[in-house]
Design a protein around this ligand. Structure first.
Ligand SMILES: NC(=O)C1=CN([C@@H]2O[C@H](COP(=O)(O)OP(=O)(O)OC[C@H]3O[C@@H](n4cnc5c(N)ncnc54)[C@H](OP(=O)(O)O)[C@@H]3O)[C@@H](O)[C@H]2O)C=CC1
Ligand SMILES: CC(C)(CO)C(=O)C(=O)O
Length: 294
């Protein structure tokens, strides 16, 4: 790999725009590939706006060869449709850093990877696509990656940018902790409400019970997480601004397909595989699936 890796962002939505802007700010403007044509990307951070020059290319035929690093930031429901981008951008020397929620990124992307190495990630920061196409970044961007040689390619690309990167030697535990946060955030879809709803005692109690169910599955999957995690996650939602949403709620509000399978279904699926009863998932998952597919 050259000193300055060639970098592509596929899926310049809320998360993709944030990473593209972080790279652009330090002079490492990535190539940008998406579905909706745009002349530039725009990230709102506090009172600042970062403009990332495009255009966003929308045809894989426009790609002129494999790159060193792809940040794949389409939704998990959009991976198959994004496969032609990976075909055009990847070879055995490419690293694909999957900027998605869930604990199944490796399995989901491998069929389309063309020999590239895949790094899953935990994306910690909230970002919201706005009606005018800009993205509102609502916290400092931060990623956790597994501590592997491939992850160092992404770490190097993002070094010195506003997007901080941590490497974890126990990535499964970190990823499952974030998964539990995402699972409980899914309850916002069922109420149509934002983080303010976690101030209710009944919602806090339901969330704790759901998180304890998920914690048992996470531990069966090898995650090392303390008994305090459910309470910590509920407390975090209670401390968020009451209008803080979640990407799955944004999708529901826009009537788009939901990432219910990778955020909530996975607890039920893996629970069944381990013989762990998941009564709350058994209620939540069909409701989310129906909210997604009608
Ligand atoms: N937003 C957030 O705060 C967080 C999101 N995440 C996770 O990050 C991942 C990305 O989420 P987010 O950024 O919110 O999603 P967005 O929907 O905002 O972004 C997805 C982007 O992918 C584009 N896209 C869709 N299909 C294709 C395709 N076939 N080829 C190329 N581009 C395509 C979309 O285009 P178009 O503009 O046409 O829709 C859009 O620009 C998800 O897994 C989410 O769960 C994790 C943490 C926080
Ligand atoms: C904002 C955050 C971090 C928490 O739910 C998220 O993962 C999402 O919106 O998908």
């Amino acid at each position: 790999m050259s000193m300055s890796p060639s970098v592509a962002v596929v899926g310049p939505g809320a998360i993709g725009t944030t990473v593209a802007a972080a790279l652009h700010e330090v002079g490492r403007t990535p190539r940008i590939y998406g579905r909706t044509p745009r002349e530039q990307l725009e990230l709102r951070v506090d009172d600042d706006r970062i403009l990332v020059p495009g255009p966003v290319q929308t045809s894989p035929a426009q790609v002129d060869g494999a790159v060193d690093l792809v940040f794949l930031a389409v939704k998990s429901t959009q991976v198959e449709a994004a496969a032609p981008w990976l075909k055009a951008l990847c070879d055995a020397d490419t690293v694909i850093c999957v900027l998605q929620n869930g604990v199944e990124q490796q399995n989901l992307v491998t069929p389309y990877s063309h020999g590239a190495r895949i790094i899953p990630s935990v994306v910690w920061f909230p970002a919201q696509a706005q009606p005018d196409g800009s993205v509102w970044l609502r916290a400092a961007p931060r990623l956790t990656l597994p501590d592997t040689p491939a992850a160092r390619v992404a770490l190097t690309a993002l070094r010195g940018t506003r997007c901080s990167v941590e490497l974890s030697t126990d990535f499964a535990s970190v990823a499952w902790r974030k998964l539990l946060q995402n699972a409980v955030a899914g309850l916002m879809v069922l109420t149509g409400r934002r983080s303010g709803m976690f101030a209710r005692d009944d919602i806090a109690a339901l969330s704790l019970a759901y998180l304890r169910e998920g914690l048992e599955v996470a531990r069966a999957e090898g995650a090392s997480l303390s008994d305090e995690v459910p309470r910590e996650i509920v407390s975090a939602f209670q401390a968020f601004p009451p209008d803080m949403g979640t990407s799955i709620l944004a999708d529901r509000e826009a009537n788009r397909p939901l990432e219910w399978s990778i955020r909530n279904g996975v607890i039920q699926r893996r629970g069944r595989a381990h013989g762990i009863p998941t009564p709350i998932s058994d209620l939540v998952v069909p409701l989310l699936a129906a909210a997604s597919d009608g």
